[in-house]
Design a protein around this ligand. Structure first.
Ligand code: PEP
Ligand code: MN
Length: 338
């Protein structure tokens, strides 16, 4: 961290500021210039709040050199992390993983049919929301606990690890016991109590990017989980809010190479919520694989016209199969299997 001092900063006040920083176990180097005095802070500066330092009347400017996240930072963990989900490796140079399934778990029979379609198409894991974060309180809120049981039944029958969204700390134990990959939805990316609770278990977490969050905020959310001791975090880009109306959200594919630069964590793409339109899902999936994504999470439904949520962005199993077939070709081009 580099702190530039005001020109006329009283010496006593500057010493107080430096003393306070050094008392936290950090060291400082003062460089006296002709016009400005600048000092560098060396050590674990993640414990400092640059806004508090900038508020000091003797301070002109504060620049953070190191990112505020440590455990998620590639600088301190140069090798790619590979996260194992129900025995399937995600990340590094491992095969690109494909997660498919309905937005919501609706009925037991319906879910089992979709799961069979996902498996037959070559999907590796099954998704399905049992607790749903809906914009309207009058919309279908999910089947709850029984939905998780149906997911577990589908796993048993078709051998697919299961992915489902956890909305509240109350259900942590239920998810830790039954779900292979616990999803944190976009709306809960900064639910810090939920993130802390997930840090206390060891189950892999799929952390979606918030609707309007920066990459740094997203990596700080991952840091919350990792700070608690759970290093099993997979990031998921699902589109962000912009002014554009032709798509539900704007898929920010540049996050793939950026996250790979900044972090060692795997990253997957959700082209369904990113676009809101099944017609766009295949091309965005292929683009995501080409960009270096470690996987995809795609909404699949046997009868999208009658889906209880997100039918407009759900692929039928045969289209999902075609997408995977084409995806394998792209994966091979970028040196991966799928
Ligand atoms: C979902 O995956 O069904 C979902 C609600 O996604 P998001 O949190 O990205 O909106
Ligand atoms: Mn959905």
């Amino acid at each position: 961290m580099i702190i530039t001092l005001k020109k006329d900063a009283p010496k006593g006040e500057v010493e107080k500021l430096i003393g306070g920083i050094e008392a936290k176990g950090l060291s400082t180097n003062l460089i006296e210039g002709a016009s400005y005095n600048v000092f560098g802070v060396v050590g674990d500066t993640t414990i400092l709040d640059e806004k508090v330092i900038a508020a000091n009347p003797v301070v002109d400017n504060v620049v953070r050199v190191a990112a505020p996240y440590k455990k998620a930072n590639r600088v301190f963990h140069p090798a790619d992390s590979v996260i194992h989900v129900g025995g399937i490796p995600v990340g590094g140079q491992e095969d690109v993983v494909v997660i498919g399934g309905p937005c919501s778990v609706e009925t037991e029979e319906g879910l089992l049919e979709i799961a069979e379609g996902v498996r037959d198409a070559g999907g590796h894991m099954l998704r399905g929301g049992a607790y749903k974060p809906r914009t309207s309180p009058y919309a279908f809120q999910g089947q709850g606990s029984v939905g998780i049981q149906w997911m577990a039944e589908a796993r048993q029958r078709y051998g697919l690890p299961i992915v489902s969204e956890l909305m509240s700390v109350e259900k942590l134990e239920e998810f830790d016991q039954n779900v292979d990959l616990i999803q944190v939805g976009a709306r809960n990316m900064q639910n810090f109590d939920l993130l802390k609770a997930l840090g206390s278990i060891r189950k892999p977490v799929l952390l979606k990017r918030g609707l309007a969050n920066t990459i740094e905020e997203w990596l700080m959310a991952a840091e919350y989980i990792m700070a608690g001791g759970n290093d099993n975090v997979i990031l998921c880009e699902r589109g962000i809010r912009t002014f554009e109306k032709y798509t539900r959200n704007t898929l920010d594919l540049s996050v793939v190479p950026i996250v790979k630069q900044k972090s060692h964590l795997p990253i997957i793409i959700d082209p369904s919520h990113a676009t809101g339109d099944w017609r766009l899902v295949e091309s965005m999936s292929l683009a995501a694989i080409a960009a270096g994504a470690d996987g995809l999470i795609v909404e699949v439904h046997n009868n999208p016209e009658c889906a209880w949520s997100d039918g407009s962005q759900s692929l039928k199993p045969d289209r999902f199969k075609t997408m995977i077939k084409k995806g394998r070709v792209i994966a091979n081009v970028v040196g991966r299997g799928m």
